[in-house]
Design a protein around this ligand. Structure first.
Ligand SMILES: Nc1ncnc2c1ncn2[C@@H]1O[C@H](COP(=O)(O)OP(=O)(O)OP(=O)(O)O)[C@@H](O)[C@H]1O
Ligand SMILES: [Mg+2]
Length: 335
């Protein structure tokens, strides 16, 4: 393939939501051909993360049809370069918990990881980066609103069982539905990170909302992410989504440390037999597909669901679920 052919392919891809193409909008800055790989540099200006994802997917698919691998990178518009911020320096390690899909267990995992790390003797904080449906207060069993330190002009994180936490749910009435636009979500995340009076912590766990969205980008732009863990369920469809997510997060500069298969198996509490209600876990296959290492497989346990609902995950600490969490925490310690 040569540059002209590559350009022709790009000119056949429509800019999402418009009838004009990527080349009409002059978003293609340069093309390099390297053997069987085409390197495309785009200037996507202020396009939101959904549009970016659609564009990346389309480009990759179109080149793949021609047997060519597309490597895509983006430049920031001149003058709009986002300055990298470094909030939450009080934590030694900052860990982002991500997924492509909703409901795969990110929040349950985030709280359980915090508990497992705490049990291993570390000081831990958890941050709820979900501005649409903050679940951490319920899962942590923290009902109180956060207090404010007026002298410092900072919000004091809540603390339960020695785990510090902050959530939008602590500063707005949890019963009031909040309608946010993209930019407001980012602003709310930044303000909660910035204006919380974080104590010294060994680990700071960030529970992200589902999808390859603005929240992840905001987190990346405002704190140093030391580790990023993708949560998936073992079924093929979820893994295909996780694969896309790995690509997207890497595009925005979040290097994925590893993945965890949640609800990887179920042990019958009566007969002890193992079954696979969410698909049979196959970490080796996923490692190959995702190109990132497995950090562990976590079982489905109805007691966990109930405890999460009651904000009482500490009560199921003696389960195989927490054994699995403990070995993941051990791996996280080595990062
Ligand atoms: N290993 C598990 N065993 C039993 N129940 C689980 C397990 N993991 C998660 N759940 C349950 O599944 C539901 C969804 O989990 P959770 O809210 O943690 O997912 P999520 O990925 O954070 O969702 P969202 O994308 O909406 O933020 C919850 O009811 C939770 O208690
Ligand atoms: Mg969640």
């Amino acid at each position: 393939m040569n540059k002209n052919e590559a350009m022709r392919i790009l000119s056949s891809i429509r800019y999402p939501g418009y009838s004009k193409s990527l080349t009409d909008f002059k978003v293609v800055k340069s093309i390099e051909i390297n053997g069987n790989t085409v390197e495309v540099l785009l200037n996507l200006g202020s396009a939101d993360s959904n549009k970016r994802q659609i564009i990346f997917d389309e480009i990759k698919a179109k080149f793949e049809e021609m047997g060519v691998k597309a490597k895509i990178s983006t430049v920031q518009e001149k003058g709009s370069k986002v300055e990298q911020k470094h909030y939450v320096q009080n934590a030694k390690k900052r860990i982002a918990i991500l997924s492509a899909k909703g409901g795969v267990g990110k929040s349950t995992f985030s709280v359980s990881l915090a508990i497992a790390l705490k049990k291993r003797g570390h000081s831990v904080g958890v941050f709820d980066a979900d501005m649409h449906g903050p679940d951490l207060p319920r899962m942590l069993g923290v009902r109180e609103q956060a207090n404010v330190n007026k002298e410092k002009n900072k919000i004091i994180p809540n603390e339960k069982d020695g785990i510090f936490s902050m959530s939008l749910g602590y500063v707005v009435d949890p019963e009031t539905p909040v309608i946010w636009k993209g930019a407001m979500v980012s602003k709310a995340i930044v303000e909660l990170l910035q204006f919380t009076d974080w104590p010294e912590m060994d680990y700071f766990v960030v529970d992200l909302p589902p999808g390859t969205g603005d929240a992840a980008l905001t987190i990346k732009q405002n704190m140093d992410v030391d580790a990023a863990v993708i949560i998936t369920t073992p079924n093929r469809l979820a893994i295909a989504d996780a694969m896309r997510a790995v690509g997207f997060f890497e595009q925005v500069g979040i290097k994925i440390t590893g993945f965890v298969e949640n609800m990887g198996y179920f042990i019958c509490d009566k007969c002890g037999s193992k079954s696979y209600p969410f698909g049979k876990s196959d970490p080796k296959y996923i490692e190959k597909e995702l190109g990132v290492p497995s950090l562990g497989v976590v079982p489905f346990d109805p007691r966990v669901e109930e405890a999460a609902d009651y904000g009482n995950l500490m009560s199921v600490i003696d389960t195989e679920f927490f054994n699995a969490m403990d070995s993941i925490a051990e791996k996280i310690e080595k990062i």
